[in-house]
Every structure is written in C-alpha cells, then in structure tokens.
Design a protein around this ligand. Structure first.
Ligand code: SAH
Ligand code: AVI
Length: 348
C-alpha cells in the first residue's frame, strides 16, 4: 500500500454516530485517493488547456454531486435506473444460480440502491457474503456501506475508495466473485477507456468468477434528450456543480451564472454528451495553479459522455477484453441490457 493510502476499520473513524461496534467490526475501507488534489490539478491543466475543453466525469461526484445523481434517478424523465432495477429484479435469481458467488464487487457503487437485489439473491441474509464497493466518492461509499451492514447482519464490507481506471489492483483477494458494473456507468467512458477497464476487470476474475454489466441501449432520441434535460433542472444542477468542485478544489472563481447546461445526442458516436456552455466571453482564474483560462462566448466544457449501445455490439466488446458473454437479458422500451460474462475461455 502506498504512502498516501489510508485504511481503517469502521469503528475507528471520526466518531461517526451511525457506526456502531456491531457494524464497525465488519467494515474496512481502503482509501487510494492521494491527499490534496493532484489528479484534479493535472486534469484541469490538460483538459482546460486543450481545444475543445473537457474534464473526466469522475469530478461530478463530490458529496453534492452524488446526492444530485440520486435525485436525477428519481426524476420522471431519467429512465435508466428504473429500467435496470426492474430488469435486475427479474433476473437476479438466475444471476445468483449461474454465479454462486460468495463475494460481490461493485464498481461505481454510489448509493448501492441496486445492490440489495443482488445480495438478496445471493442469500446474504442467511450466509456470510463479502461486499466490495469501489467508488471515487468516499462519502457515498461509507454511507451505503453502513446502510447495508445494518440491513445484513452477516455481511462483511471491504470498500475501496479510488479511481477504477487506476486503482483496480486495490480490490482485495477474494472468494468466488461477481463483479457488478451497473447503471451504464461504463457508458461514461470512451470506447478505449471502456476496453482498458474491461481488460483490468478480466484480470481480477478467476475461474468461475463473473462480470454483470448494465448497459443502456440506443433508443428514440426524444427519450434520451428528455432524460438528460429533466424538467426540474436537476441534471443541469448536477452538471453545474462541477464548477463548485473546481472552485473548492483549485481555488478557482467560476461563476455558475455564466454557464448553461447543454445535453444533446451525438448520433455518429452513439452517445449523449453533456457540456457547460459559456453564456459570455470571460476569464476564469485558478489561484491554486496560478492559471487563467479564457472562455469564448458559446464555448463549451465537455463534462460527460454517455454512450448508448446496440445489443449486437456487446459480445464483441466483451470478447475484445477476453471476456465471454454467457447470458444477455434486455428490457424493451426503455431498452436496457444486462450482460453476464466470464473470463473462462470459450469451449472448443
Ligand atoms: N452504480 C450506481 C451509481 C452510478 S453513478 C447506479 O447504477 O445507480 C456513477 C458512480 O460511479 C458514482 O458513484 C461515481 O462516484 C462513480 N465513479 C465515477 N467515475 C469513477 C471512477 N473513475 N472511479 C471510481 N468510481 C467512479
Ligand atoms: C452514472 N451515469 C451512467 C449517468 C448517465 O446516465 O450517464 C450519469 C448522468 N449524467 C446525467 N444524468 C445522469
């Protein structure tokens, strides 16, 4: 473990009143985030120095961003969560039967709302199961771990706070494993990043282990546009919150009133794109970096892609990372898919 890492047992941390001896003894959290904000500084220098300007989507998820994402999932227009939950509920028993997993690793676990469906199917209320949430958002991970420990008295949680592009090696050795990557969070990665991540996931899968991958599917443009431009303005607040993250993390002076939320469908790349568009030409100062960044009127900062997949792409995508599709379940309208894959070689 590197110099900058922290690891603690839940009962020793910060006097959190929700952590009791009963849950604390079953909780371990490894923090792989370097202190300070070196990632953010590096990504801002690279991403805001480039044209077009962009930043990786992980910075959207500070505590407020994670809460706003949860609020998005409850809007009338944001269908992916409801579609995936319904599909997951209908196939969880088959997933448990096929995998017979004793451990659930969840990448981008967030609030872990969908996790209970899998834990229930894996029998976590009557036998010991280990849950390994992996998320860049420490607050969301700790809160969800505590909730699950209270709900499942036999559960053990070993969380990892880190970036799944870099820190997947911090996933602890484990038993018969199911890795879940839900919510179509993989769609927030470029195709190259997704492939690299799948290859790393493959490396943590032993014989008999599985990956469960939730993927949002290409659909009617109107449905997509509504989902990323909800009428309550919560997605806009989620997007604009990135400016508060930059102000706090790098002592910048973004004025959110000078930007507007923009989300559109890019048919060529089969993805939704989320941007922040400057309403007027202005200069932003990053005091922590001694850096000024100029925005032209109408210029955008690209904050997220959300790739939508065709069912026919999934097998090849997995195969490119040496993974084998064993089951595919898809819900129609709004179309959403769940792929179950294994690292085992295909039969001759
Ligand atoms: N799985 C949940 C949450 C999806 S939101 C669901 O299906 O509803 C995406 C989650 O991925 C957030 O919790 C965010 O903090 C996390 N995340 C985003 N980028 C990440 C990264 N690079 N490494 C680890 N976690 C990341
Ligand atoms: C987490 N991720 C899959 C969400 C998505 O749909 O791309 C994040 C989000 N962005 C805007 N709304 C929701």
């Amino acid at each position: 473990m590197g110099r900058d890492d922290r690891s603690d047992r839940g009962d020793s941390r910060r006097g959190d009143p929700h952590i009791t001896a009963a849950t604390g003894a079953r909780l371990r959290v490894d923090v792989r985030q370097p202190p300070g904000a070196p990632d953010l500084a590096r990504d801002v220098v690279a991403g805001l120095g480039a044209s077009p300007k962009s930043l990786p989507p992980k910075y959207l998820y500070d505590d407020r961003g994670s809460a706003l994402f949860e609020a998005i999932t409850r809007t009338a227009e944001y269908y992916p969560t409801r579609a995936e939950v319904a599909l997951l509920e209908s196939v969880a028993a088959e997933v448990a039967d096929s995998t017979r997993a004793a451990e659930l690793v969840e990448l981008g676990s967030g609030s872990a709302r969908k996790t209970r469906t899998l834990l229930d199917a894996l029998g976590a209320s009557r036998r010991e199961v280990r849950y390994v949430p992996f998320d860049v958002s420490e607050g969301a991970l700790r809160r969800s771990a505590e909730d699950l420990l209270r709900a499942y008295p036999l559960l053990r949680v070993h969380g990892v706070v880190g970036d799944f592009h870099r820190d997947l090696g911090a996933v602890p050795e484990g038993g018969r494993r199911l890795v879940a990557f839900l919510g179509s969070t993989m769609g927030n990665l470029s195709d190259d990043e997704a492939l690299a991540l799948l290859a790393q996931v493959r490396a943590v899968l032993g014989p008999g282990d599985h990956l469960l991958l939730g993927l949002d599917l290409v659909k009617d443009e109107g449905v997509l546009l509504a989902a990323y431009n909800d009428s309550e303005g919560i997605t806009a607040a989620f997007n604009l919150n990135l400016l508060a993250v930059l102000n706090r993390g790098l002592d910048a002076d973004f004025d959110p009133a000078r930007f507007e939320h923009l989300a559109f469908w890019n048919p060529g790349a089969k993805r939704m794109e989320m941007h922040l568009r400057a309403r007027l030409a202005h200069r932003v100062r990053f005091r922590a970096l001694d850096l000024d960044v100029d925005f032209a009127e109408g210029e955008t900062l690209h904050t997220e892609i959300s790739r939508k997949y065709l069912p026919g792409e999934v097998r090849d995508l997995l195969q490119s990372a040496d993974l084998r599709l064993v089951r595919w379940w898809a819900a129609p309208e709004p179309a959403f898919g769940l792929a179950l894959a294994t690292a085992a070689p295909a039969p001759p």
